[in-house]
Design a protein around this ligand. Structure first.
Ligand SMILES: [Zn+2]
Length: 329
């Protein structure tokens, strides 16, 4: 074999090897992708199966629960209202614990953690003050009109927020139905003394959901994120971790503890408005009966929404019962 041929042979051999090495790898990726797709499909199937079971159990128990009342109707209403406020209290407590857990995971000491929690609380209070003292409500829609958009303003007003800084736009968001951005600026000074002095909120709606029959609950979901200052809280958490760890090496987006907080925010966005009004509870429940929020909300979330919806229905049943009794007298 001549030298030139030998080189050609080796080149061929190397390219041959690299070719055969590449083949199973790309096939592996293909299989992984298919498995992920299958996994997501199975997860979705499982979700709908589980919520059908939950609904079935609830249907079976509803009449029984209405008949087996050991307390008086008035006491029962009080009891049910207490159940609603307990759900809210527990969810808020869970968010607080998860935030503490994240700071601990990022290496913040006790003092730094306490300072961070105080900063979040202080900024949250300033945020609430800011958005509840702007009285001229103006929602700007660009290009396209959004059906049921008045529900955003209605819900904000119910919570005492009259916001003139919320702009609503319609834009293609690829995989998302809606997104919420909160732009804030702080006064100069040490971290603890920083105060919010400007808030700009932008809600972007994907045109694909304009005709969605669950648009009302999607809008309510986003409005609750505004009320609860979720975008502000997550930005603050990131800033505080960067500030106390003095570098950017911690990518908190990759931490399980951070993801847990984001999931809780998603839960809160639906649970809090469901607690506030029977109408919202049934809207939220119906939406989750038909749409699976992959990676975020699962059947246990649906169970909670269904539970809230059922509590509202029970209260309505008891109030009706009291009314009937009063009319008979
Ligand atoms: Zn959300």
């Amino acid at each position: 074999m001549k030298l030139l041929n030998l080189i050609a042979f080796y080149t061929l051999l190397i390219s041959g090897i690299s070719h055969t090495m590449k083949m199973p790898e790309s096939r592996l990726i293909q299989i992984q992708k298919l498995q992920t797709k299958k996994y997501l499909f199975n997860q979705e199937q499982n979700y709908f199966l589980r919520i059908a079971e939950i609904d079935h159990t609830i249907e079976n128990n509803r009449v029984k629960n209405q008949q087996e009342q050991s307390l008086s109707p008035v006491e029962n209403i009080t009891n049910n209202k207490l159940k609603l406020s307990t759900i809210e209290k527990l969810l808020r407590e869970k968010e607080k614990q998860q935030t503490l857990e994240l700071f601990k995971q990022c290496g913040l000491n006790e003092q730094e953690t306490q300072n961070s929690i105080n900063s979040i609380q202080k900024s949250y209070e300033q945020y609430i003050k800011f958005i509840s003292t702007h009285f001229s409500t103006q929602i700007t829609e660009n290009n396209q009109s959004i059906p049921h958009i008045d529900i955003v303003e209605k819900r904000l007003n119910e919570r005492g927020f009259f916001n003139d800084r919320l702009s609503i736009t319609v834009k293609d968001l690829k995989n998302y139905t809606a997104s919420l951005k909160c732009g804030c600026s702080w006064d100069d000074g040490a971290w603890d003394d920083k105060s919010l002095n400007n808030i700009e909120l932008t809600l972007t709606i994907n045109p694909e959901i304009i005709n969605n029959e669950h648009l009302k609950s999607i809008l309510l979901h986003e409005t609750e994120h505004i009320i609860e200052a979720h975008p502000l809280k997550t930005s603050l958490i990131t800033l505080l971790v960067q500030y106390f760890t003095k570098n950017n090496s911690i990518d908190i987006n990759k931490l399980k503890e951070y993801k847990d907080i984001c999931i809780t925010h998603e839960e809160e966005a639906e649970v809090f408005s469901a607690i506030s009004k029977p109408e919202y509870a049934s809207l939220m429940r119906k939406n989750r009966q038909y749409s699976f929020y992959s990676g975020m909300l699962y059947h246990s979330h649906y169970e909670q929404l269904a539970q809230i919806d059922e509590i509202h229905k029970m209260i309505a049943f008891l109030e009706e019962h009291i009314k009937r009794q009063t009319n008979q007298k």
